[in-house]
Design a protein around this ligand. Structure first.
Ligand code: NAP
Length: 337
């Protein structure tokens, strides 16, 4: 009886409530382990699957897709899907889905955490206390940070998360600027007119102008060929010496060696990083600097959000293997209106 059911592979542990629907409707190969699936195991276990629930650490390229000839859906448990070779999937008629919206608030909250962490020197203060370095109690000029009110936040990538960050920052009294969409950036179409968004207004600027005029620059673009090393040595040099860079997008959007140089040489004041070029490795120079806050890819890491992400990915996978439309296909695979 079970042989007529579609076969699904889950590559890493998910919240158990999310796994349940697959247990009943499919022949489930569940790798109930944390951490990325080893490549050789992945290739072997993908052999006769119809559906795949994957993590952003799983590389889904032509080799993997060829190893899984009956595969019909790749359901990523993330909104960014730079781990998937979308062209190769399209060519083979495989649907790719992701988890937009359900992680927007958690990721925006963490971004504000990094902004406050670096501008108010929270982790630096924590380290100082722990090593017994806090002497003399309260001092008027002790460990001064930077106000947010009246400062400009430059959002690079004004999508779901970029807007959620801007909305929060507006409540802190910040003025918002943003880069236009990728399409507008290509055609050069910006106007200096402020744009009304849900809950805030923002000034569209080309990237160089945004970098040169922002007190905090926050990155929220997807990782694509166009955005890889979008922030390199030249772009960092355009920023104000008093400015901060926040990256909650993807590590390779920033040239990490160039960032370490900029932080060390005082080209910019500080940075808050959730993502890194070669996770879980971090550029060794960053580890020695006080003016950078480092967190291990925690953008969406709340119990509630991770559960919603897993449930959505499982829903996507189940729909496709049962012959129904996916809930949240990636933009390249949305039906044309
Ligand atoms: P989204 O709604 O698609 O927003 C991305 C925005 O970036 C869109 O407005 C897009 O414009 C814009 N964009 C793309 N390329 C650009 C370019 N070259 N210049 C200027 N703007 C550009 O996606 P989202 O849900 O906000 O997520 C954004 C990214 O955050 C994800 O792709 C993911 O990599 C990352 N993320 C990280 C974490 C974490 O844990 N750290 C958590 C969630 C998400 P168009 O629509 O015109 O292309």
């Amino acid at each position: 009886m079970s042989s007529s059911k579609p076969k699904v592979l889950i590559t890493s542990r998910l919240p158990s409530v999310a796994v349940e629907p697959l247990r009943h409707a499919t022949v489930l190969d569940y790798r109930d382990e944390a951490g990325p699936i080893p490549r050789d195991v992945f290739l072997k276990r993908a052999r006769d699957i119809d559906g795949l629930v994957a993590q952003l650490t799983d590389k889904i390229d032509a080799e993997l897709l060829d190893a899984a000839p009956s595969l019909r859906v790749v359901a990523d448990v993330s909104v960014g899907y730079n781990n998937v070779d979308v062209a190769a999937a399209k060519q083979r008629g495989i649907v790719v889905t992701h988890t937009p919206d359900v992680l927007t608030d958690a990721t925006a909250d963490l971004t504000l955490g990094l902004i406050l962490g670096i501008t108010r020197r929270l982790m630096e203060g924590d380290r100082l206390i722990r090593r017994g370095g806090w002497k003399g109690g309260f001092g008027l000029d002790f460990m001064l940070g930077t106000d947010l009110r009246g400062k400009r936040l430059g959002i690079v990538g004004m999508g779901r998360i970029g807007q959620a960050v801007a909305r929060r920052a507006a409540v802190f009294g910040m003025e918002i600027a943003y880069t236009p969409s990728a399409q507008q950036a290509r055609t050069g179409g910006t106007s200096a007119q402020r744009t009304q968004f849900d809950g805030f207004t923002a000034t569209p600027l080309i990237l160089d102008e945004l970098l040169g005029s922002s007190d905090i620059v926050s990155l929220h673009v997807p990782l694509t060929n166009e955005t890889r090393h979008l922030i390199d040595q030249k772009k960092l040099a355009r920023m104000r010496r008093s400015a901060y860079l926040i990256n909650v997008a993807r590590g390779p959007v920033v040239d990490e060696a160039a960032l370490a140089w900029a932080l060390r040489d005082g080209v910019i004041s500080g940075a808050g990083l959730d993502v890194f070029e070669e996770e879980p490795n971090v550029h060794p120079d960053l580890l020695t600097l006080e003016n950078v806050v480092l967190v291990p890819h925690l953008g969406s890491a709340t119990r509630e959000t991770r559960t919603r992400m897993a449930e959505l990915a499982v829903g996507n996978c189940l729909n496709v293997v049962l012959g129904k439309p996916p809930l949240t296909p990636i933009p390249e695979m949305k039906p044309q209106c």
